[in-house]
Design a protein around this ligand. Structure first.
Ligand code: FES
Length: 574
């Protein structure tokens, strides 16, 4: 690989020429206390930092950025910290998903507009991972992803608590009258013990694992706990490595190939990762010359079993996964299915990175002959209720519900569901299929994580803990249950979900990948003719851009104008 010369650096156009504009760039850099020794002829490394006081998962980024800077300086680069919009899952409404594409634009344009040669992306909380990788992919300058790392295990009365998953679990017990307010308060105290991302295999840990399998993080970074001193060292190592990536001109398009995306999908399937990863990986691939669609996802799901025994589909938490060997250990167990020649950010192939990987706990990372579940963690469904696809996470469902037939109990939107779900007169039994509409990319809007509809209280009290639930929403990666998600086209576009009525018989057949409503085509057409489109939610602003340009779930919910690889000219410097 030939190394770049200093005058070939992108930042040379700002710093290295002799004209009036470059005078301004140099004098303004001196204004910050830097001399030519600090920057001249050195790669300028952006550190895009998604720290925010409104994002507890990134609380350590305020100081962790200094560790990245240390690494950049050690390797002879010039670090520039650049804040970007943070997407803090716990607080943002209506959902961070609506802002994923906005952060991707933020990242892409920050890199384009500034004298940047390479970038360290500091992200972790759910949507920040795909957003930052999408922006970096579109800009296509050397980039390395530094995951925030999972938080420490939660504890309560001698039991471990997992983010999200145990909230849903104990909330159901509280609604069933099995735990009191005091216990609920103790769980609140004990479930989030440190900075870092959710420590179940939620969307954050899933996407960090996908990023590692894609080759966009240093090996072993995905499961490294945020509070571990190893995380500090990993941050500095990212800073050192990105400088060399610039000299080697190792770009996202060299790493995030179709073969690398298939590695990411296989990793997600083997850990029974979040259903959200389907949307995000499809969107990411759409920013590159890489091919990935729902059918390929499903085909791969039949190739690898579920080996990562991590909540919500398994037993353990991310800290256990890290001690058991982390993602390198898991990848070693599926290496026969992986594309081992894919290059990664450290300049080595995936095969080289996992050559000596070991597993230290065979219950946390199972052997192939003793999987948690025999097939991968996600399945794509088709049928007259979801012509463009829907997704379910079979290992997170009670097995008897994977083949099920029952009458629909339909809620028109979230408010309707909230108002009626616990009504003792609701016409629902354990065999009913709960249907929620107006929860898709346009309908909600932003496709919130409403897909794990609550079990009606009267059924909870009878001991029911899972039912078939169908929506055009997403579901938190920490959630579980027989929840069919991402139904496309969505109900706000008049998709079949908009036409289902109470009592219609719905049939789910996961082994055969089918989801159907048992009504005739003629009846469906009659209902469609009577259907009225809802009014758009936003009259102006970013929300209006979202409504005009967001694509459906099967296409990754990217904006139509952001997809593709058409080159955008470098900014003029004058
Ligand atoms: Fe930030 Fe779960 S809330 S990762």
């Amino acid at each position: 690989m030939s190394r770049k010369k200093p005058e070939e650096l992108r930042s040379h156009r700002w710093y290295g020429v002799q004209d009036m504009r470059s005078f301004g760039h140099r004098s303004r850099t001196k204004q910050m206390g830097f001399d030519a020794e600090d920057y001249a002829g050195k790669p300028v490394i952006a550190i895009i930092n998604t720290f925010s006081d409104a994002n507890p998962c990134h609380h350590h980024f305020k100081s962790r950025v200094d560790d990245v800077k240390r690494g950049v300086l050690q390797a002879g680069g010039f670090p520039l910290e650049m804040p970007a919009m943070s997407l803090g899952e716990p607080f943002m409404k209506p959902t961070t998903m609506i802002y994923r594409n906005l952060l991707s634009i933020d990242v892409e344009e920050l890199l384009r507009a500034n004298p940047v040669d390479g970038v360290v992306l500091m992200g972790g909380c759910d949507k920040t991972v795909p957003a930052m990788l999408m922006g970096a992919a579109s800009m296509n300058i050397p980039a390395i992803f530094m995951p925030a790392g999972p938080m420490l295990r939660g504890h309560w009365h001698g039991k471990t608590l997992g983010s999200g998953s145990d909230v849903w679990k104990y909330w159901a017990e509280k609604r069933a009258g099995n735990i009191d307010d005091k216990a609920w308060g103790e769980i609140e105290d004990g479930i989030a013990r440190s900075f870092g991302t959710c420590m179940t295999m939620g969307t954050a840990s899933t996407m960090a694992s996908a990023a590692e399998a894609l080759g966009m993080t240093l090996p072993g970074a995905a499961a490294l706990p945020a509070a571990d001193s190893g995380h500090v060292r990993m941050a500095a190592a990212c800073g050192r490595r990105i400088v060399d990536m610039v000299w080697d001109d190792l770009k996202p398009s060299d790493i995030m190939t179709t073969a690398a995306f298939e590695n990411a999908v296989l990793a997600v399937l083997a850990i029974a990762g979040s259903t959200n990863s389907v949307i995000h990986l499809v969107a990411m691939a759409g920013r590159l010359d890489a091919k990935l669609d729902l059918d390929r996802f499903d085909a791969l799901s039949r190739k690898v079993p579920m080996l990562g025994n991590i909540r919500p589909s398994g037993k353990y938490l991310m800290e256990d996964f890290f001690y058991a060997g982390g993602l390198p250990g898991l990848l070693k167990r599926i290496e026969g299915d992986l594309n081992l020649n894919c290059v990664t950010v450290n300049g080595k192939t995936l095969g080289e990175n996992i050559k000596d990987a070991e597993v230290y706990d065979d219950d946390v990372i199972r052997k192939r002959d003793n999987p948690v579940k025999g097939e991968g963690g996600l399945a794509v469904l088709r049928g007259n209720l979801c012509p463009d696809g829907a997704v379910i996470k079979p290992p997170a469902a009670e097995p008897h519900l994977l083949v099920h037939r029952g009458p629909a109990c339909v809620f028109n939107n979230y408010d309707d569901m909230s108002a009626r779900i616990d009504d003792p007169n609701l016409n629902v039994t354990k065999d009913s299929v709960l249907v929620l509409r107006s929860a898709g990319p346009l309908g909600a809007p932003g496709m919130p994580e409403w897909g794990q509809l609550p079990i009606p209280k009267k059924l909870l009290q009878e001991g029911v803990r899972d039912m078939v639930r169908i929506s055009d929403a997403r579901m938190s990666g920490t959630s579980y249950g027989a929840c069919v998600l991402h139904v496309a086209p969505e109900s706000a576009l008049g998709g079949p979900l908009a036409l289902v009525r109470d009592g219609d018989i719905i049939s789910l057949d996961v082994p055969n990948r089918k989801l159907t409503v048992e009504i005739s085509d003629a009846e469906m057409a009659k209902r469609k003719a009577e259907w009225k489109a809802p009014k758009p939610h936003y009259p102006r602003g970013f929300g209006m851009i979202h409504l005009k340009h967001v694509t459906q779930a099967n296409e990754g919910c990217d904006f139509d104008f952001l997809r593709g690889t058409a080159p955008i000219p470098e900014p003029e410097i004058h």
